[in-house]
Design a protein around this ligand. Structure first.
Ligand code: TV7
Ligand code: CA
Ligand code: ZN
Length: 397
């Protein structure tokens, strides 16, 4: 009778334009767009492409990006090339380029790159508002540091802000959750004066032994948005600052306790989840000790809230583990279980072979306390949760 019923599944869509892969920030730069090639290859090798609607979105237009960004800034972004760039030009510095760190280099095809990842997040957001998808995925997006007229921390255009702005046309309240190891400052700032977006970021916070703050240097527990009670955004932001080496059990407990409370109190109509993979153990820039399944637990938890979800990428600087994590999380979205042995027909299989690279398996052990000793005690995390709950009391009015 009911045996042939379609299982209660989710409509998942995957938004990806493979042209993003062909862009290079420079050989020594940690941001490697080809991590997306590896990710797509794992997804295809596991057969996950047949479980989702696949889209190859067009690049976003100047006007679509101008919904958030300043036109002068976009003018600069759309015309600057490595050949015509003038690093001493005050506009160049003001727009976040140059400086000694060279976090945001001018590279060939920059405008194409930013419009491709921006277009993919916008297309994914449209699929949610059209109700064509329950979960829409864009692993090429999640560039949370970009401001309306400044590039910052490898981010030029803020695809997340643009996607949330679109979601707000059909949803009264949007919850933004950010598990990248860095603070999601650009998204927080963009929506600091509205109560229609709640931003929640988990990140490393604090100074290193030389006294340099971990980038971008903001996101302490005390930072809850504007303090003026007449500002509608007051209290609609929560930051969870963490120290080096946090492990799976601690992170899972913390994530579930705090996020459950935010969802219960804020009652969002849609959720945007930035799933930066630099919070994994073994990341080139990260400081945590998380394994892939603990990172994926956050996606599982958010899926359990049964709201439309936009899942986007972000950081992630050890490409083989970025690919593993985002492949695993794609499987979580569609509700599939993957075998730990990688399928053999992966074009860049060498990237995943050898004891250093994870021995041909999907879920290698990334916990390494020699690399990052865990200085988060359970007591400190309990205090943090208590402060977070205190901050949330503002939502009760
Ligand atoms: C979302 N960390 C982005 C994260 C952005 C982090 C930073 C680098 C870095 C840049 C390079 C490079 C690097 C090995 C690492 C304060 C400074 C840093 C003095 C030199 N290698 C995301 C941005 C962060 C660029 N920036 O959240 C070219 O690391 O810490 C900083 C800024 C300025 C002064 N300098 C140190 O994950 C996508 N940058 C190699 C080449
Ligand atoms: Ca974060
Ligand atoms: Zn990051």
């Amino acid at each position: 009778e009911y045996g042939m019923e379609k299982p209660q599944g989710y409509n998942v869509s995957f938004h990806y334009n493979p042209h993003v892969e062909y862009h290079h920030f420079g050989s020594s730069h940690p941001m490697k767009p080809w991590r997306l090639t590896l990710t797509k290859q794992l997804i295809v090798a596991y057969g996950l492409e047949y479980t989702m609607d696949l889209y190859e979105p067009r690049p976003a237009s100047f006007d679509e990006l101008a919904v958030f960004h300043d036109r002068q800034y976009l003018n600069f972004l759309s015309h600057v090339t490595p050949q015509n760039a003038k690093p001493d030009d005050p506009a160049y510095i003001a727009f976040g380029f140059g400086g000694e760190s060279n976090d945001c280099p001018v590279f060939d095809g920059l405008w194409n790159y930013v419009s491709l990842y921006g277009g993919a997040s916008l297309h994914a957001a449209h699929n949610l508002t059209n109700k064509q998808s329950d979960i829409a995925i864009n692993w090429s997006g999640g560039l949370h540091h970009a401001k309306k007229n400044v590039a910052s921390g490898f981010c030029y255009v803020n695809d997340i802000v643009l996607a949330i702005q679109h979601l707000l046309t059909q949803n009264q309240r949007v919850l933004y959750i950010d598990i990248d190891v860095h603070h999601g400052d650009g998204v927080e700032q963009a929506f600091e004066s509205t109560d229609r977006v709640f931003t929640l970021s988990y990140h490393k916070y604090g100074n290193d032994r030389h006294g340099y703050p971990f980038f971008p240097g903001t996101g302490n527990i005390t930072e809850t948005g504007p303090t003026d009670p007449s500002n509608r955004g007051k209290g609609h932001c929560l930051n969870i600052p963490l120290e080096d080496g946090i492990d799976d059990e601690q992170y899972k407990w913390l994530f579930k306790t705090v996020t459950d409370a935010v969802v219960q109190k804020y009652q969002p109509n849609a959720i945007v989840l930035q799933s930066g993979a630099d919070s994994l153990g073994g990341d080139r820039l990260g400081r945590f000790n998380l394994n892939i399944k603990a990172h994926g637990f956050c996606i599982e938890t958010v899926k359990g809230y049964q709201r439309p979800i936009l899942v986007i990428g972000g950081g992630g600087y050890t490409p083989r583990n970025v690919a593993r994590t985002w492949c695993h999380e794609t499987s979580v979205c569609v509700g599939a279980t993957l075998h730990d042995n990688l399928p053999s027909h992966i074009p860049y299989i060498q990237a995943f072979q050898g004891s250093e690279n994870g021995d041909g398996i999907l879920y290698p052990d990334l916990h390494n306390t020699k690399r990052h000793e865990n200085v988060n005690t359970n007591q400190k995390l309990q205090n943090l949760v208590a402060k977070a709950m205190e901050n949330l009391r503002y939502l009760e009015g």
